[in-house]
Design a protein around this ligand. Sequence first.
Ligand code: GLU
Length: 442
Amino acid sequence: MNIITRFAPSPTGLFHVGSYRTALYAYIFARHNKGKFILRIEDTDKERSKKEFEENIIESLKWLGFDYDEFYRQSDRTEVYKKYIKQLIDSDRAYISKETPKEAGERSEVIRFRNPNKKVTFEDIIRGRIEFDTTELGDFVIAKSIDEPVFHLVNVVDDHEMGMTHIIRGEDHISNTPRQILIYEAIGATPPKFAHIPLVLAPGRSKLSKRHGALAITEYRERGYIPAALVNYMALLGWHPTDDRELLTLPEIIERFSLERVQKSGAIFDEEKLRWFNRQYIAKLSDEEFSSYASSYVPEWIAVSSPDFKRLLPVLREKITVLADIRTLLSPEGELGFVQEIHPHTAEQLLWKKNPVKESARTHLSKMEELIAAVPTDAFTADAVKVAIWNYVEANGKGDVLWPLRVALTGQDKSPDPFTSAYILGREESLKRIGEALKKLV
Ligand code: GLU
């Protein structure tokens, strides 16, 4: 069987991780089976559907790397639905119903499905057998007029016309399935297989929502999550491979995935865990990849083509969890704020608290100036600086020597170690700052 699945979002809002996790499962199931994956925008609700949300969905899927083989938009397909509505009315499976409008704007005529009022059962791949008596659903509305079909009808017609073999969607759609099965039967179609995925829950098991920390996918991009990290994390919200490995690339997930291993209970969205994944993925990036990601987050005063930026990269990579941390680190108050401009500091701040003697700070700092000046510009690395000064540091006390050096270079008491700071600043700037500090110590 040639597997066909789809993601069928209604563009009525910004979608969060939960929805894209469902899209991911439909996508990887199709790819695992060398089948087809379709994106279908379900925009029949004219009031609530917005073009900007459709664009956001397309952009998000592209960023996550979920390519689709076919694209449809329901508002382009009114003629297709019309044919089915006519067919249903002609065969008396649906009828034009006179209504008494209760509120202004309500229709005096709609098209209702003639409910056979029977028991419907289906075998859900995840939930098992589900039985439902449709009597209580009554003759439900399938179109407001011949040109205005509503959700249940269009959803079924499209899944049938597009040859869907598996409907993989959120478990909030289970209660829609009996109505939809009745429509499949009425149009003479065999229903596809259903797999209703448990919802993604917020910590505390409440429904995941924007209010509960779930952001739109594009917001995760802004904050500086790596798409592969998000995809990896989302895949594990309700599924895990047999070997319990956690770090998996998309091709590895595709290879290992099966719907049978999707759990029945809701998965909890844990931002801390997502952050952990992001760190792992940031660590795995090549230097070029990291540089290209980081370049969008550095402040304007850093030229991304400059050697200064290159020197900063390994330090940034080690310190961040999300790329947006780069902005914080390099802000004037940040740990790397000294790179742009040294924090103003006084002579007192240059003195080591356990030995606050000006003369000794001056002696050590001038020795630092001399030793650091001896490191040639083209070999000026953190290691080279450390090697150059280390014997002196050990002989004269770490606090006594390194404290004045740190403050001279950064003006901050929280900063990277002085070797790294010197390396980031470069030889000339480091010597300049040491010189300025020495002036304060006379
Ligand atoms: N358009 C529906 C929604 O966004 C999805 C329907 C389905 O997946 O069958 O909830």
